[in-house]
Design a protein around this ligand. Structure first.
Ligand SMILES: Nc1ncnc2c1ncn2[C@@H]1O[C@H](COP(=O)(O)OP(=O)(O)OP(=O)(O)O)[C@@H](O)[C@H]1O
Ligand SMILES: [Mg+2]
Length: 323
């Protein structure tokens, strides 16, 4: 029986109300995801945000407490129907330290009944072509991580899910992993990658998902993230005597105006600036300058994830294995 449903053809992953409770706490809280195909989606959020838990539910490693999800149109309640198309690296990969990277991949290929001839291709693809014969334990962290990605690519997946692949890497290692993911996505692979640091993946993600405290704070393009939160329209009236009226005009329009020096600042999307210009003109206020401060990506990210209830809470460790 097929469980394929009617996901839009351009979505690799879709969830509705996806939730995971541990005890009474929702560590993933009713998340509606839409991850496009053929691009890199980045899951970003602070430690404990719920990134790994979400990815584990998508891979059928744990069962949701509520909600639904689909990968390539198949319900995550039946992971066997899509897992052959998915490669993943969720925990640090376990490789034998005293044998070579190539031999490690050969063993995994044979265990998983994957095409053995892919091993050398993959070693080349992840930039380990000339080091494949060296012992795993002699590899740098970046090389180990790239070997892990090669292992995840063994089944020739359509979707690659990597949990914190840049964790612990130095800037050069991070660049290597980023370049590799970019190449893979350019070849048509759908990539989902998580990080607790926006800066580590923002430059390669086509689609960004911000999770904090189990909740979806944002999903969309990087530009969308910039526009979504911190934009501020700044207007300078020709006559300082108009400052107060201009600030009130903003507030009445739903964008609380505050006076700073000779300018009025109003948190509002950039698109609102022409409207403010019209409103001011309508009241006989001439603007000497009108500008938009979009803020930085970090501002937007912190505005979404700033959360002072990240108190030290002890959570009982429950382990669970999906049937
Ligand atoms: N098996 C479990 N039993 C109880 N609580 C759990 C379990 N797994 C995860 N949690 C809790 O769920 C929350 C989310 O954890 P998760 O690992 O998904 O976060 P994360 O975003 O991946 O964080 P990190 O950046 O540290 O990897 C955390 O508070 C964690 O302690
Ligand atoms: Mg995690």
């Amino acid at each position: 029986m097929s469980t394929a449903t009617h996901a839009l053809p351009d979505l690799a992953v879709r969830t509705a109300g996806l939730t995971k409770h541990y005890g009474s706490r929702a560590v993933v809280d009713s998340i509606d995801l839409e991850l496009p195909r053929g691009v890199i989606s980045g899951f970003v959020g602070p430690n404990g945000a719920g990134k790994t838990t979400t990815l584990r539910m998508l891979l059928g490693l744990i069962r949701p407490s509520a909600g639904t999800g689909e990968v390539f149109g198949h319900s995550i309640a039946h992971p066997a129907e899509y897992l052959s198309r998915v490669g993943s690296l969720i925990e640090a990969p376990a490789f034998y330290p005293t044998i070579s990277g190539r031999r490690n991949l050969e063993i995994l290929a044979s265990l998983g009944r994957h095409n053995m001839r892919r091993v050398d291709t993959l070693l080349g693809q992840v930039g380990l072509g000339d080091r494949g014969g060296d012992r795993f334990k002699s590899y740098s962290l970046g090389m180990k991580q790239r070997l892990g990605i090669a292992a995840a690519l063994l089944p020739e997946p359509d979707l690659l899910v990597l949990d914190e692949p840049t964790n612990g890497l130095d800037p050069a290692g991070i660049r290597e992993v980023r370049a590799l993911l970019r190449e893979l996505a350019d070849d048509g692979l759908t990539v989902v990658v998580s990080s607790h640091l926006l800066g580590e993946i923002q430059t390669i993600c086509d689609h960004l998902v911000v999770i904090d405290d189990g909740k979806l704070r944002f999903q969309g393009s990087i530009d969308g993230l910039l526009g979504a939160q911190t934009a501020e329209v700044i207007a300078i009236p020709e006559h300082t005597g108009d400052l107060q009226r201009l600030a009130e005009l903003c507030t009445h329009a739903g964008h609380v105006g505050r006076i700073e020096g000779a300018a009025v600042h109003a948190p509002a999307p950039a698109e609102w600036a022409p409207e403010l210009n019209r409103l001011a003109m309508g009241r006989g206020i001439t603007l000497a300058a009108l500008s938009v401060n979009r803020g930085t990506l970090e501002d937007a990210f912190f505005a979404m994830t700033a959360n002072d209830d990240h108190a030290i809470l002890a959570h009982p460790q429950e382990s669970e294995v999906a049937a």
